[in-house]
Design a binder for this molecule. Structure first.
Ligand SMILES: NC(=O)c1ccc[n+]([C@@H]2O[C@H](COP(=O)([O-])OP(=O)(O)OC[C@H]3O[C@@H](n4cnc5c(N)ncnc54)[C@H](OP(=O)(O)O)[C@@H]3O)[C@@H](O)[C@H]2O)c1
Length: 364
């Protein structure tokens, strides 16, 4: 790799790192990181991330932070700047007006109709516009790209497994005991999602409120989605009863309409094998601007997502604890590892978190 390319990559890395911390706090648009650099002195003059709710964009905010020192500088941005109107004005005009000399982007606009249009507009204005394919920028934008190209959110599923392949204990239900570090990992995934989903039985059994409890990030997790089952929902559970600013959406089927207390939204969708059709659920979430969905699944919900080919990434949280005959097996037949291998998932990452291990798998 030539030196200038490795310098460009380092700045794009910094922009992607910055923006990754803001995932889950944006609006319907992509979360983008932008950095203005003085190329001679390799000095950062301004940096910004798409602000919460997407009310503005990263590029103009980074240019503003550079306080008039933008002439002849380089702008690093994780996603190609838009040359067309979205909810906001095209951002390429602002970059041109600021006198930026060079723009390096880590990912193209995922919308085929608009891809490279931003780069072209910048080049037409005499700016050196470079596309440098950059994995962290692509990962940062994978939710938005998925929604634009496949009309559904990017779905990450987490499932915790005991050493003997159980997802929890039989009644009275208890979760697989995972350690503090693995719990923090799960909470960070929640915080980085636009919506967190669980099956009703699990949410009630574990009295899991699906909120983010990390210090400073308590308001994150834009929407909590509960998939209702055959049983009535227990409204005394914290999930439903506690007052919080994080909305709840309960999804049921047309055949099983529900009326819950004010403040909890209920949507009835078509059914598939007695449950809300997951494809219809994902359509609904995408239409609401949800780009990143985090599913905390037990055995049955996991199987529904896997069988429907609706999951993009799986985090297996593996504990050393054995549960034995008191347990609920993760796979309906055989082992869970075999099930996901059959669905063409293979390991892309593995990390040790305290006593536990998290293996991350993606479809090949
Ligand atoms: N280890 C983990 O990561 C983890 C995560 C979640 C749960 N668990 C454990 O797993 C055990 C079972 O919990 P669970 O049955 O609630 O887990 P689940 O498999 O995640 O969810 C099943 C629940 O969701 C409902 N549901 C709605 N739509 C569904 C769909 N499309 N596909 C499948 N289910 C759908 C089911 O309704 P019906 O009842 O009408 O079928 C049921 O209430 C519990 O012991 C729980 O603690 C472990």
């Amino acid at each position: 790799m030539i030196e200038s390319e490795s310098i460009d990559r380092r700045w794009l890395d910094a922009a992607a790192r910055l923006a990754t911390q803001s995932l889950g706090s944006g609006g319907k648009g992509p979360t983008v990181g932008a950095i203005v650099v003085d190329p001679q002195r390799q000095l950062m003059l301004g940096r910004a991330v798409t602000p919460p709710r997407g009310l503005s964009q990263a590029e103009p905010l980074a240019l503003l932070e550079a306080k008039g020192l933008t002439h002849g500088r380089t702008l690093y941005v994780t996603l190609e700047p838009a040359a067309h109107y979205t909810a906001l004005a095209p951002v390429t005009g602002t970059i041109i007006e600021a006198g930026i000399a060079r723009v390096v982007v880590g990912a193209l606009d995922p919308d085929r109709e608009h891809a490279r249009q931003g780069l072209r507009d910048l080049a037409d204005a005499g700016i050196e516009a470079v596309f440098l394919p950059h994995e962290p920028s692509l990962r940062l934008g994978e939710g938005y790209a998925n929604r634009v190209t496949r009309a559904r959110p990017f779905v990450t599923m987490k499932i915790a497994l005991s050493a003997d392949g159980m997802v929890g204990y039989n009644r009275p239900g208890q979760p697989v005991p995972i350690g503090v570090e693995a719990l923090r990992f799960v909470e960070r995934e929640r915080a980085a999602a636009d919506a967190v989903m669980s099956g009703a039985a699990r949410a009630e059994i574990e009295d899991n409120d699906l909120r983010v409890h990390l210090e400073g990030l308590e308001g994150r997790g834009a929407l909590r989605v509960v998939l209702a089952g055959a049983r009535d929902l227990d409204m005394s559970r914290d999930l439903f009863a506690a007052v919080s600013g994080v909305p709840i959406l309960v999804v049921t089927t047309d055949a099983r309409p529900l009326t819950l207390r004010p403040g909890i939204e209920v949507v009835a969708l078509a059914e598939r094998r007695g449950h809300p059709d997951l494809r219809a659920v994902l359509d609904l979430l995408a239409a609401r601007g949800i780009s990143r969905l985090f599913v905390e699944a037990g055995a049955r919900l996991a199987e529904s997502f896997i069988a429907g080919e609706l999951v993009d990434r799986i985090h297996l949280v593996e504990t050393g604890v054995e549960i034995g005959r008191k347990g609920v097996p993760a796979a309906l037949l055989g082992g869970f590892a075999d099930r996901i291998a059959a669905a063409r998932f293979s390991e892309v990452d593995r990390r040790v978190l305290g006593e536990d291990k998290v293996r991350t798998l993606e479809r090949v």
